[in-house]
Design a protein around this ligand. Structure first.
Ligand SMILES: [Zn+2]
Length: 298
């Protein structure tokens, strides 16, 4: 064994022999008003910040930027119009940068009565030991308050990563829930490393991340999926979850799902979900409030 192998073995042997996430299992609270299952309908509004987070120089690449810009020019307004037509309210997790750069788009989201959640400032992936962690959270909070008058209850990690420092920070800043983890089909409460309770988690359903279902052959390694492929995936997931009495969480991006063919299939999927009559389609704040009410009732 070489020196590197020994270093690796020492690092591996230093890991605790415990699950990385030590939160207790999700309690099986019944859904409100006789609903059989739930759908947390949520969007991530990244605009250009999705493309600049890893390389700020890309801001000068105007066609790359235009994928994000589509959100403010077309995508979000079209999605808002569709949600109005279906009578649905959703949660929009917005980066602070997007609020500053596209205030009119964000004001329209608020005006329609949707929930606004925290999604970082520059869309930096939260990683352990990251010196930008606190600033990303605090700057995001400041902008949402100043520009939109919003004090967010919910947080979704940009690029879907998390760490213990962030769990502590969000609790300290008074957030109620996060929607970032991939490890359950029901809401649960985080447990911090010091064994105190953390935020409520509304786990994400990876198959509802439209970014992974194709955006553009030019920029994405994911092939653009057809309506049939996406709809069958989404309805299969929901149909089974409904049998389980559990919950799905969408991770939709206006730069993907605000595109015409994508919006059309999303509308069809949401109508399918509404057609059951017993799937509770709700915002994160509503689902987290239901969870905490059940928890308090014991
Ligand atoms: Zn995002």
């Amino acid at each position: 064994m070489g020196a590197n192998d020994n270093t690796l073995r020492a690092a591996l042997d230093a890991l605790p022999l415990l699950p990385a996430n030590r939160a207790p299992l999700a309690p099986e609270y019944p859904w409100p008003a006789g609903h059989q299952a739930a759908m947390f309908l949520s969007f991530d509004v990244d605009a250009e910040s999705a493309w600049t987070a890893k390389d700020p120089a890309r801001y000068g690449e105007l066609v790359t930027m235009s994928f994000g810009g589509y959100e403010a020019r077309v995508g979000t307004a079209k999605l808002l119009e569709m949600l109005r037509g279906l009578g649905l309210k959703a949660t929009f997790f917005i980066t602070g940068w997007s609020v500053e750069a596209h205030p009119a788009m964000c004001e329209a989201i608020v005006r329609d009565g949707h929930e606004v959640g925290h999604h970082g400032f520059h869309h930096l992936m939260p990683q352990p030991g990251d010196p930008m962690l606190v600033e990303e959270v605090d700057r995001g909070l400041e902008v949402l308050k100043r520009r939109l008058g919003v004090v967010p209850k919910g947080y979704r990690a940009p690029s879907g990563e998390f760490c213990e420092e962030l769990r502590i920070l969000l609790k300290d800043r008074g957030l109620l829930y996060t929607s970032s983890f991939r490890d359950d089909v029901r809401p649960y409460r985080h447990l911090l490393a010091d064994n105190t309770p953390g935020l409520v988690e509304l786990p994400v359903t990876a198959s509802y991340d439209d970014w992974l279902l194709g955006l553009s052959q030019r920029y994405s390694r994911h092939t653009l999926q057809s309506r049939e492929a996406v709809l069958s995936m989404w309805t299969d997931e929901l149909d089974e979850i409904r049998d389980w009495g559990a919950m799905v969480t969408t991770v939709l991006h206006p730069q993907c799902s605000g595109r015409p063919m994508r919006l059309r299939l999303l509308r069809e999927f949401l109508q399918h979900a509404q057609g059951y009559g017993d799937v509770w389609i709700a915002t994160g704040a509503e689902i987290a409030a239901h969870f905490t009410a059940c928890e308090a009732a014991g």
